[in-house]
Design a protein around this ligand. Structure first.
Ligand SMILES: Cc1ncc(COP(=O)(O)O)c(C=O)c1O
Length: 441
C-alpha cells in the first residue's frame, strides 16, 4: 500500500500519522490485533484477497492492522512512500538486502558497520554466494567507487556508524551508487528520522533497528524497511533480473510490468522476501514500538543534547585520551555532521581512557547510574566495552585497524538529568585512572 503524505511537522506526524480512532469501537489508540488470521466473509472474498484484488487482511505474516499503523507512521516520518515492519533490525537488514541481492551478486558495504550486520554479510550471505567488500574510509566517495564491480548490486552503510559515530555523507555516496545504477541502503538506527531522513538525501532504502531509539523504552525488538522518497523520483529497479523476469505468483508477468520500475522492489520484498522468510513482528511488539515512537523527537533532541554536553566534558578530562562524537570539531565527520545533522549528531558515542583495557574495566565496573548492557537508544544511559564484548571475536589487529582501542568505551545517553550522569562519570573516571601520586609522597 502506498502511504498518502501527511503534510504536518515531525512532532505532529509522530503522534497522528497512520492512526485515527478505531472505526469499530472508537478506541483512540490503535488496538493490538493479536490474531493469526482474518475471516473471509465468503468464497469470493477469499479468492479476491489471495488474488490481491481486495486490500483486506489475510494472515498476520503477510499483514496486520496494528503493524500496518506503525508502517504508515514510519513511512511518513522517514519521508517515504512505503514501510515494511519486521521482528528485529537484523531481520529488516536481511529482508531489505535479499530483496536486491541473489547468488553471484556483490555488495559494497561500509567498513564501520554494526558487528551483526558485518557477520550477516560475511557469514550468512557469503554462504548464499553473495560477496562483499568493505570500504575502510566511508567518508571518501572515491573509495566506494573503487570497489564497484560489474556484479555490484547494492551499497550498504549506517548513517551514524557504530561505535565511533562516523557520519555517512549520504548525498556523496548516493551519487556514486546512482552513477552505476546501484541502490544505496542506509541503516538509520542511530540517527532516526528526527535527525536525518536519508531518503531525502539520495538513499533508496532505509532500514532500522526499531528496538533502539524508535521504541526508546527497550521493552521490545522490531525492525523496519522504508522506501520510496516522496521528494524525488524513486530508484528505477528495471536493471534487476529477478524483478524483470516472469514471476509465477504474478501469473507470468514481472514485478516491473505489474507495479512499474519504481515500486517493483517494495512489492516483491513484501510479498516474496518478507512473507516467505517469515520474520514477522508480533502485533504486540508493533504496538509497543508505536507507543515509543510518539515521543521520538523529544527524546532524541534531549538525548543528543546531553550526549554532546557529556562528550565536551569528557574531552576536557585528563583521564580521557580521545572522544569520538561527531559534534566535536576534532571528529573526522564534524563537517558532514554540521551539514546533514543540524538537529544534533546522536546520543551514542565512544571515548578512550588513558590506561587501556584495565582502566576501561575499572570504569565499567565503577558506574552506578549507567547500565551495563549491549543495547543503544534506550531512555536509560548505557555503557559497554566493545573490545571485550561486541568486537571480541575480531583479531586484535582488526580491532586496532577499526579504532576499537583497548581503552575505548561506548556510551548511549538516555534521558536522565545531565548533572546526575556527570556525577556518575566523575568517580568512575577517578576509579579508572587514579591520579599519579606526587613523587616522594
Ligand atoms: C546499527 C544497528 N543496526 C541493526 C541492529 C540490529 O538490530 P536488532 O537488535 O533489532 O536486530 C543493531 C543492534 O544493535 C544496530 O546497532
Amino acid at each position: 500500500m502506498t502511504h498518502v503524505p501527511f503534510p504536518h511537522g515531525f512532532a505532529t506526524q509522530q503522534v497522528h500519522a497512520g492512526s485515527g480512532p478505531d472505526p469499530a469501537t472508537g478506541a483512540r489508540i490503535t488496538p493490538v490485533h493479536l490474531t493469526a488470521g482474518f475471516v473471509f466473509d465468503d468464497f469470493e472474498q477469499a479468492r479476491a484477497r489471495f488474488a490481491g484484488e481486495d486490500d483486506g487482511y489475510v494472515y498476520t505474516r503477510t499483514g496486520n492492522p496494528t503493524t500496518a499503523a506503525l508502517e504508515t507512521r514510519l513511512a511518513t516520518l522517514e519521508g517515504g512512500t512505503d514501510a515494511l515492519v519486521v521482528g528485529t533490525g537484523q531481520a529488516a537488514i536481511t529482508v531489505a538486502l535479499l530483496g536486491i541481492l541473489g547468488a553471484g551478486d556483490h555488495v559494497v558495504a561500509a567498513g564501520d558497520l554494526y558487528e551483526g550486520s558485518r557477520g550477516l554479510l560475511l557469514d550468512n550471505f557469503g554462504r548464499l554466494g553473495i560477496s562483499v567488500d568493505f570500504v575502510p574510509d566511508t567518508g571518501d566517495p572515491a573509495a566506494w567507487e573503487a570497489r564497484v564491480r560489474p556484479d555490484t548490486r547494492a551499497f550498504f552503510a549506517e548513517s551514524i556508524a557504530n561505535p565511533k559515530a562516523v557520519v555517512l555523507d549520504v548525498p556523496a555516496v548516493a551519487a556514486v551508487a546512482h552513477r552505476h545504477g546501484i541502490p544505496l541502503v542506509v541503516d538509520n538506527t542511530f540517527a532516526t528520522p528526527y535527525l536525518l531522513r536519508p531518503l531525502e538525501h539520495g538513499a533508496d532504502v532505509v532500514v532500522h533497528s526499531a528496538s533502539k531509539f524508535l521504541a526508546g523504552h527497550g521493552a521490545a525488538l522490531g525492525g523496519a524497511v522504508v522506501t520510496g522518497p516522496t521528494t524525488r523520483e524513486a530508484f528505477d529497479w528495471s536493471g534487476f533480473g529477478h524483478l524483470t523476469a516472469p514471476a509465477g505468483v504474478l501469473g507470468g508477468i514481472s514485478w516491473v510490468e505489474r507495479f512499474g520500475p519504481r515500486r517493483a522492489y517494495v512489492e516483491h520484498t513484501r510479498a516474496v522476501v518478507a512473507s516467505r522468510l517469515g520474520p514477522t513482528i508480533s502485533p504486540f511488539n508493533a504496538f509497543l514500538v508505536q507507543q515509543g515512537l510518539e515521543t521520538l523527537s523529544l527524546r532524541v533532541a534531549r538525548q543528543s543534547a546531553t550526549a554532546l554536553e557529556l562528550a565536551r566534558w569528557l574531552q576536557a578530562r585528563p583521564e580521557v585520551a580521545s572522544v569520538d562524537h561527531a559534534g566535536l570539531a576534532s571528529h573526522a565527520s564534524h563537517d558532514v555532521a554540521a551539514r546533514l545533522l543540524p538537529r544534533g549528531s546522536g546520543a551514542v558515542f565512544s571515548f578512550t581512557l588513558e590506561g587501556g583495557r584495565p582502566a576501561a574495566q575499572r570504569f565499567v565496573d565503577a558506574v552506578r547510574l549507567f547500565t551495563r548492557m549491549t543495547h543503544v537508544g534506550d531512555v536509560r544511559s548505557l555503557v559497554i566495552h566493545p573490545a571485550s564484548t561486541t568486537h571480541a571475536h575480531r583479531s586484535e589487529g582488526e580491532r586496532l585497524a577499526a579504532g576499537i582501542w583497548p581503552g575505548l568505551v561506548r556510551l548511549s545517553i538516555g534521558l536522565e538529568e545531565p548533572e546526575d550522569l556527570l556525577a556518575d562519570l566523575l568517580p568512575a573516571l577517578a576509579a579508572a585512572v587514579p591520579a599519579p601520586t606526587p613523587a616522594g609522597v
